[in-house]
Design a protein around this ligand. Structure first.
Ligand SMILES: [Mg+2]
Length: 243
């Protein structure tokens, strides 16, 4: 299996370039829980779990879904209201948002395979990042800390775009930034709906990476488009793109 005619390779972030599966998601939620407790006292942990689960699936909910990215201050305020029946002060909200930022940046670690793969591809392809995440500065800081930032240009994050993949907007904005026809762009991601379906519907080529399991389950539906290739891990990508 070879994928030819590619000029740019665009990556998803979580569970594609770095692991962000249940362990990382739980670590972020635990930090949020601890910060809430320090500000307001104990809360019902099951209620917070339900809130976080609903937050994660909210952008993909609805019929048809609007694929609107979460407003992080708004969902954080709503969590405080639901758990404690009060509105956070401005300072409390900043403390909670800072805790979320720090937890994400600290829990994300560079995978030893990722930099060598990007180094190998960078001489032949333009490399870029298109990520669904409600905190763009957290992704950018994480890219700096993991050493991936120098390889990826542009970096587009749903928090800045208003819509999440698989909505067409993120793919259109990335294609315009790359100034390439869609069939010359390869998207590499772990999420069946956001990544594989989003890219294929935009006319891009698609590789599905299955190494890590995303925290949110994205079921397949009739009429889904197949990826061009499925790989068990990122290290298998260069072989698909030729010598
Ligand atoms: Mg992902």
């Amino acid at each position: 299996m070879r994928i030819d005619g590619i000029k740019a390779v665009v990556f998803d972030y979580g569970n594609t370039l770095i692991e962000f599966s249940a362990r990382q998601a739980h670590a972020c939620d635990a930090r949020l829980a601890a910060t809430l407790t320090s500000l307001y006292g104990p809360h019902d942990p099951a209620a917070l779990r339900r809130i976080r689960s609903a937050d994660r699936s909210a952008p993909y909910a609805g019929d048809p879904p609007e694929y609107r990215e979460n407003d992080l201050p708004a969902i954080t305020r709503a969590a405080v209201a639901a758990l404690y029946g009060r509105a956070p002060t401005g300072g409390e909200l900043q403390t909670l948002l800072r805790a979320r930022f720090d937890a994400f940046v600290e829990v994300v670690a560079a995978d030893p395979d990722t930099v060598p793969v990007l180094e190998r591809l960078a001489s032949r392809f333009r490399l870029a990042l298109l990520s669904n995440y409600p905190d763009a500065p957290a992704i950018r800081e994480s890219l700096r800390r993991t050493g991936l930032a120098p390889f990826l240009d542009p970096v587009l994050i749903s928090a800045d775009l208003g819509r999440v993949k698989p909505h067409p907007l993120p793919f259109r904005l990335m294609r315009e930034a790359l100034a390439l026809p869609p069939e010359q762009i390869l998207y590499v991601g772990d999420n069946w709906l956001a990544d594989v379906q989003g890219a294929r519907r935009a006319g891009w080529r698609s590789v599905w990476v299955t190494r890590w399991v995303p925290p949110e389950e994205m079921p397949r539906t009739a009429g889904d488009l197949p990826p061009d290739a499925v790989i068990p891990a990122l290290r298998d990508l260069p072989a698909l793109l030729g010598p």
